[in-house]
Design a protein around this ligand. Structure first.
Ligand code: HSE
Length: 307
């Protein structure tokens, strides 16, 4: 059996407009690389971090915390070293902490001969996600591990559904270069919501799931609406309404905050439209004094993978 493995841990979009904390999808050209090494000395050590300034101390690093959760459960007769090549900017809203959290447990599981399934790996990774966001949610973790669209039906017990991906669906992302901490973006949300808003929101979640199953792009368009979270969080993202307007005008099926922001995503039918949406977002944001970057991605149906 191999003693070292290099993996690609993908970026993800959580919430997908209407599905706060339950829906997510996986991106295919943005992600971290990690090397996981099995060593004789027991324990978990983070030996290398590149890209961003993150803690080396295992118990303070998201990848370390999820690795420790799995290590304490598996009690293997070995230790692990983790190298992190961070490409997803922390606090960008495309599952940076989730990529770290799933990367370590996925790699360790492979080196141990796969004793755990992906749902069990999600459980360990949730322990790492808590460190970053102060909340146990799995809507970035599940699509990173399973690929495609996922619905976290419950976290206790963990119940994850894989939802089909319509073939022509493309995502466009814009990342304004400001940082929004997930914990802060959760803090500003109301603790209760009016029943009429809840009704509208769960109708959209149901119809979005149906639309993804039937590749009904018009229904995807009608379902990609968030009336509960977006009104609060958009205040943290400069020019959110303008970007959304530009994306929809350019033909996007929908446009909403990616995870807890500040990234904004749009979904489109076909690469051409997705690229037109990208140009529309760029043209809008170029008028502001905020730095940004954009990219177009197919939906990654494979999820995390060995390189
Ligand atoms: N569902 C989470 C949120 C995703 O929106 O707070 C970010 O971790």
């Amino acid at each position: 059996m191999k003693n070292e493995i290099k993996i690609f841990s993908p970026a993800t979009v959580a919430n997908v407009a209407c599905g706060f904390d339950v829906l997510g999808f996986c991106l295919d050209n943005k992600g971290d690389e990690m090397v996981i090494r099995k060593v004789s000395e027991k324990g978990i050590r983070i030996t290398h971090i590149e890209g961003y300034d993150l803690p080396f101390e295992t118990a303070k690093n998201v990848a370390g915390v999820s690795a420790l959760a799995m290590y304490e459960h598996a009690k293997p007769d070995c230790g692990f070293e983790i190298e992190i090549y961070k490409k997803i900017k922390p606090g960008s809203g495309i599952g940076s902490s989730a990529a770290s959290a799933v990367g370590s447990v996925f790699g360790m599981n492979e080196l141990l001969g796969k004793p755990y399934n992906k749902t069990q790996l999600t459980y360990f990774a949730m322990k790492g996600e808590v460190l970053a966001s102060k909340s146990e949610h799995a809507d970035n973790l599940a699509p990173a591990l399973f690929g495609g669209f996922t619905l976290v039906k419950s976290t206790l017990p963990l119940d994850i559904l894989q939802i089909p991906t319509p073939k022509e669906l493309y995502a466009t992302l814009i990342h304004p270069q400001i940082q929004v901490k997930t914990a802060d973006a959760r803090e500003i949300l109301p603790k209760e919501v009016p029943l009429k808003d809840a009704i509208a929101q769960w109708a959209n979640v149901g119809s979005l799931i149906h639309a993804l199953h039937t590749s009904d792009y018009s229904l995807i368009h009608r379902s990609l609406q968030d009336i509960i979270v977006e009104p609060y969080r958009k205040q943290l993202i400069p020019y959110f309404d303008d970007v959304k307007y530009a994306a929809l005008e350019a033909g996007a099926l929908g446009c909403a905050i990616s995870g807890s922001g500040p990234s904004i995503f749009a979904l489109s039918k076909g690469k051409e439209v997705a690229e037109k949406v990208e140009r529309a977002m760029q043209s809008m944001y170029s008028k502001t004094d905020i730095e940004y970057n954009t990219f177009v991605s197919q939906i990654n149906t494979q999820g995390i993978k060995i390189l």
